[in-house]
Design a protein around this ligand. Structure first.
Ligand SMILES: COc1cc(-c2[o+]c3cc(O)cc([O-])c3cc2O[C@@H]2O[C@H](CO)[C@H](O)[C@H](O)[C@H]2O)cc(OC)c1O
Ligand SMILES: O=c1ccn([C@@H]2O[C@H](COP(=O)(O)OP(=O)(O)O)[C@@H](O)[C@H]2O)c(=O)[nH]1
Length: 479
């Protein structure tokens, strides 16, 4: 008989899709052939996303693992949405019937359904089919704790969070300044906020929540969740911290080897270069790019700056930057001995792994953060969107692996040249106390991350518990 299958329903965005697939593959390996994977693929809303998803699937299909991809019929995407959180949540909800039909048609027993954290509307389908439902949380436990706490916070804080007195209580974290809350939490009238409160409430229905974090990095937050302190004393679903889940597979075939950025790094002294890179969505205006250029030049440090241009209409993903338009006159010429500005997507993981890497100015997306910790690179967070302002707080105030930088949220997260210069010097100068502290912390966290995924480590063991719990729940859905 075919092995019971774990059904994954990933969101197409790279930071979500690859993370969930990699977690699924680890689960497969851990089960020693007792489980298989079925991935339900939603047709992504843009052509670019569709072709990226197709390329990922081709690579996975060539791997020979027991993974089956099932393409769901396309749905008409919502048109009247305000932001990505509303769009993704409603887009997934529109797939409910297709998901139900696809799962019902599976001929092998279904051990569990694993939903992206925007997909809690589909708990109803799982319940109708009597299939255990898990959530895969692609960000950290701190953000999960905040979402669990949000339905209660919504009642406790009667004004906008930006106008409240005092700090926000997220159990397990130091008091959180309201200015560090995720973007969708800052406007209670916005449907994106309503969706966050909704998901925060519905997480309580999960059979388990798999989080891409490491127990040793977020001990007190995980303890608070487990004790029901984020959920008014009501026990929250079991959490499985299985991270860091990183896609460390080699570069796709046909990619130039080694990449030009890596060849440039080969010529730099050890731990001398600061990387600046801002995820799939982060880009700068000319005014901001000029400030960054001035700040970097004045810092005197070597830099590798991945600078991206604004997204094409109707998409979120950045475009290649026009350096001639974005950068100040003469900047590239003046800094050619010390810096490289890269206008397209760069191989971030290979760069972070390089011995020349000394620090990382990052938007603080959770995948980038974990990659930086995995390679022991200390950070300066520059949050831009999504939950990144909370990640910045967590990294600086809770984990101590990053130097703080002042980001003006009221001016589209603007950072001026002098502040960037200060932060880069604090991170990179050999005699900086702040730099020494965050370097030590990043080295400690690198060791913790690596130990966690080894046999007997915390994430390895959590994956073992997850595999066992999932196998116990297998049910047959087909007639
Ligand atoms: C969670 O709320 C938001 C998520 C995103 C967002 O958008 C996005 C768009 C793409 O075209 C490709 C992506 O990969 C992508 C990813 C993405 O979410 C990121 O998820 C990561 C893992 O959870 C990580 O934590 C990052 O910080 C997220 O950015 C965008 C957004 O507003 C623009 C959100 O509010
Ligand atoms: O030029 C780039 C920009 C991003 N990334 C990768 O894209 C992912 C970004 O995920 P993250 O969660 O940090 O942010 P998101 O883009 O999802 O907001 C990470 O794996 C990065 O290594 C990359 O390889 N090159």
């Amino acid at each position: 008989m075919a092995a019971p299958t774990v059904v994954l329903l990933p969101v197409w965005a790279a930071g979500h899709l690859m993370s969930m697939l990699d977690a699924g593959k680890r689960l497969l390996a851990q089960s020693g052939g007792a489980l298989s994977l079925t991935v339900l693929v939603m047709q992504a809303p843009t052509e670019k996303d569709r072709s990226e998803v197709a390329a990922h699937i081709r690579r996975e299909e060539a791997s020979g693992l027991d993974i089956h991809f099932h393409h769901l019929p396309a749905v008409e995407p919502p048109r009247d949405y305000v932001g990505i959180e509303e769009f993704v949540s409603r887009f997934i909800e529109l797939h409910a019937d297709h998901v139900k039909t696809a799962i019902s048609a599976l001929t092998c027993p279904v051990a569990a359904v694993v939903l992206d954290f925007f997909g809690t509307t589909l708990f109803d389908v799982c319940r109708e089919l009597s299939v255990p439902a898990y959530v895969y949380f692609t960000a950290d436990a701190a953000f999960y704790a905040l979402l669990l706490r949000l339905p209660a916070l919504h009642e406790e804080v009667t004004v906008e969070f930006g106008e409240m007195e005092g700090m926000v209580d997220v159990p397990g974290l130091p008091p959180v300044p309201p200015s560090c809350l995720p973007v969708p939490v800052m406007d209670k009238k916005n449907p994106n906020y309503t969706w966050f409160v909704y998901h925060g409430r519905r997480f309580m229905e999960a059979d388990g929540v798999i989080i891409n974090t490491v127990a040793e990095l977020e001990q007190s937050v995980l303890a608070a969740i487990a004790d029901g302190r984020c959920t008014r004393g009501i026990p929250a679903p079991t959490v499985y911290p299985v991270g860091p889940v990183l896609s460390l597979s080699p570069s796709p075939q046909g990619a130039e080897q080694p990449h030009e950025c890596v060849r440039w790094l080969d010529a730099q002294p050890p731990a001398s270069v600061v990387l600046l890179c801002f995820g799939s969505v982060g880009f700068f205006t000319m005014t901001q790019a000029h400030e960054v250029a001035r700040g970097l030049e004045r810092s005197g440090h070597r830099f590798l700056w991945v600078l991206r241009g604004p997204p094409a209409a109707g998409t979120l993903q950045t475009t290649d930057a026009n350096l001639g338009e974005l950068l100040p006159e003469g900047f590239l010429e003046r800094t050619k001995e010390k810096g490289l500005v890269w206008p397209t997507k760069a191989p971030q993981k290979e760069i972070l792994a390089h011995a020349a890497m000394g620090g990382f100015v990052t938007h603080g997306g959770w995948n980038s953060t974990l990659e930086s910790l995995w390679f022991g690179v200390p950070m300066v967070p520059w949050p831009l969107y999504a939950e990144q302002h909370l990640n910045a707080f967590t990294l600086v105030e809770y984990m101590g692996a990053a130097v703080a930088m002042e980001v003006d949220r009221k001016r589209n997260n603007f950072v001026d040249a002098s502040e960037l210069e200060r932060a880069v010097k604090a991170l990179m100068d050999g005699d900086s106390d702040d730099g020494r502290k965050v370097r030590e912390k990043a080295t400690e966290m690198k060791a913790a991350c690596r130990k966690a995924v080894e046999e007997g480590g915390s994430s390895y063991s959590a994956l073992g518990r997850l595999s066992e719990d999932i196998r116990k729940g297998a049910v047959r859905t087909s007639q």
